[in-house]
Design a protein around this ligand. Structure first.
Ligand code: PEP
Length: 251
């Protein structure tokens, strides 16, 4: 049995004070739900403060990105060890990183390797763009992204995959439960080919893309979907709590 996970990606939102307020609003409610893994991913600058606020609770912490080099003259970058000091998880290869910061499959691969090396659990994001989806290329694109991201990696550690169709992120146009379930099934199949069936069956694969309190149930009812990576709705305590609650009731 895979324990479901709901992870909130706060993106470039919240000052330290606002992050603290948001955590304080949701901490008690989230902590009361124990059959779902709850992860929040605030901006780098709030990680230390948020970590203090969730100490002793069942809420887990993730970062939104990291650099793959260990240390050195990389002004403005954050190393894997710096993240591992504070967090259990790190989002890698989010489509906004690929789109606005030119992260290629090779960079994503190096980041996954570097995260695993320091014991972080990468939340690896893959997903097709709208034109690729409309051209019927979803399967091909997702398979290629997955294989390039995991090239040369023998041990997946606590890696999690998030299937996030780019056309569904922040658009209010979510995939259907069935679409997401089919592609996540394909990802699991790829993992069984690259590794083995046991690893594939144990792997957590999330759906992400305009998940809200109104459509969460549709995704959580799907057998292949192990939870959600939530952007916009994770910035509203009531919405995020409702998504976690619905997940807890279904599983
Ligand atoms: C995301 O940022 O990973 C995401 C899925 O965003 P949203 O839920 O806002 O579509």
């Amino acid at each position: 049995m895979r324990v479901p996970m709901i992870a909130g990606n706060w993106k470039m939102n919240t000052t330290i004070g606002e992050a603290a307020e948001l955590v304080n609003e949701m901490r008690q409610g989230l902590d009361a739900i124990d059959n779902v893994d709850k992860v929040i991913c605030p901006p780098f600058v709030s990680l230390a403060a948020v970590r203090g606020l969730i100490e002793g609770s069942s809420i887990k912490l993730g970062a939104q990105n990291m650099y793959f080099e260990e240390k050195g003259a990389y002004t403005g970058e954050i190393s894997p060890a710096m993240i591992a000091d504070l967090c259990e998880f790190v989002i890698i290869g989010h489509s906004e990183r690929r789109q606005y910061f030119n992260e290629t499959g090779d960079i994503v691969n190096q980041k996954v390797q570097a995260a695993l090396k320091v014991g972080l659990k990468p939340i690896l994001c893959v997903g097709e763009k709208l034109d690729e989806n409309e051209a019927g290329r979803t399967k091909e694109v997702v398979t290629e992204q997955l294989r390039s991201s995991l090239a040369g990696i023998d041990y997946l550690g606590g890696l999690i995959i998030a299937y996030e169709p780019v056309w569904a992120i922040g658009t209010g146009r979510a995939a259907t439960g069935r679409q997401a379930n089919d592609t996540i099934g394909l990802i699991r199949h790829n993992i069984s080919e690259l590794y083995d069936e046991k690893i594939a069956q144990d792997l957590h694969i999330l759906y992400g893309g305009s998940v809200t309190a109104d459509n969460a149930t549709e995704f959580m009812q799907q057998p292949e979907i192990d939870g959600a990576l939530v952007g916009g709705a994770s910035l509203k305590a009531g919405q995020f709590l409702s998504i976690v609650r619905q997940t807890s009731e279904i599983r």
